[in-house]
Design a protein around this ligand. Structure first.
Ligand code: C2E
Ligand code: CA
Ligand code: CA
Ligand code: CA
Length: 279
């Protein structure tokens, strides 16, 4: 037992060390990743349930690390947030996504919005709104082609400040969505006050949708809530035809998920688009 105990401790120390090393490699790699062109955006379609048309895409970041290979955003976004590197990363992402959407527009694709994920660290910065406007101006981007996906956690900060920022963005035509809706700290009082456009139902409620009456009740309630607040509503993580049927029946406005397409690199997205809408 003694021997096993020591092995367990050694094993623990080794795996802790591996973890710390990986974390350090990620942190130092993030500092140069933009200049080295290691990030790529993948795009996932958002589909209007009534018409079947594309209403937008969500840009999802991918990192091709020179030695670690593909690192998922689930792993490096939190490191970027802790180190402040999220700020230049978000600026890069917003510019890249908007410029790509403009290229698609120029190719004659449906007019659509490109959704960009914004961290609550970005949002909390005093200069956030100005930075967004500057990126749009510099690249000659129409504000109404942009959607910012923020989570409920931004509302934990000074609510008046959050409202003012959202109102400025919304006034110039930027679309605001609450991502992962229902999964975090939701309060109806702030929902009433926040100037937003869309609720995005968290995937956790969609997973059990076709088998669980509880999930059905929650999804129905969110859709009703959105409609009565004059917001549009989209479901994420849709994988099964049964889920699509229920969401149609409940009059959810739009859907996104593997059932339609995984997030795809530009070329593959274009193939998907042309196959789906131009053939
Ligand atoms: P999210 O914003 O909630 O994005 C949805 C995640 O679910 C994405 O994972 C997407 O690939 C995945 N997904 C989409 N459809 C399905 C489906 O049908 N089934 C399943 N199982 N998964 C689906 P991804 O790309 O790994 O991103 C994870 C999270 O990382 C995102 O969650 C977002 O919070 C964050 N993230 C991604 N890109 C960015 C970015 O550019 N900036 C920031 N700040 N965060 C990002
Ligand atoms: Ca999102
Ligand atoms: Ca989400
Ligand atoms: Ca999420």
């Amino acid at each position: 037992a003694k021997k096993n105990g020591r092995n367990a401790i050694e094993y623990y120390q080794e795996s802790m060390q591996a973890y710390t090393t990986r974390r350090m490699v990620i942190e130092s790699g993030l500092r140069t990743a933009i200049q080295n062109n290691e990030f790529e955006l993948y795009y996932q379609p958002k589909i209007d349930l009534e018409t079947g048309r594309l209403t937008g895409v969500e840009a999802l970041i991918r990192w091709h690390h020179p030695t670690l290979g593909l690192v998922s955003p689930g792993e490096f976004i939190s490191v970027a947030e802790e180190t402040g590197l999220i700020v230049p990363l978000s600026t890069w992402t917003l510019r890249e996504a908007c410029v790509q959407n403009k290229r698609w527009h120029d190719k004659g694709y449906y007019t659509m919005k490109v959704g960009v994920n914004i961290s609550s660290i970005d949002f909390a910065r005093e200069s956030f709104v100005e930075a967004v406007l500057e990126t749009l101006r510099e690249n000659d981007i129409c504000p109404s082609s942009v959607e910012l996906e923020i989570t409920e956690s931004v509302a934990i900060q000074n609510v008046d400040d959050v409202i003012e920022k959202l109102q400025t963005l919304k006034d110039i035509g930027v679309h605001i969505s609450i991502d992962d809706f229902g999964s975090g700290y939701s309060s109806f009082s702030y929902l009433k006050k926040l100037p937003i456009n869309t609720l995005k139902i968290d995937r956790s409620f969609i997973i059990g949708l076709s088998t669980s009456v509880k999930e059905q009740a929650i999804v129905r309630a969110i859709i009703t809530l959105a409609k009565s607040l004059d917001l549009s509503v989209i479901a994420e993580g849709v994988e099964l035809p049964e889920q699509v049927d229920i969401l149609k029946q409940e009059k959810c406005d739009a859907v996104q998920g593997y059932y339609y397409s995984r997030p795809l690199p530009v070329q593959e997205f274009e193939q998907w688009y042309e196959q789906t809408y131009q053939s």
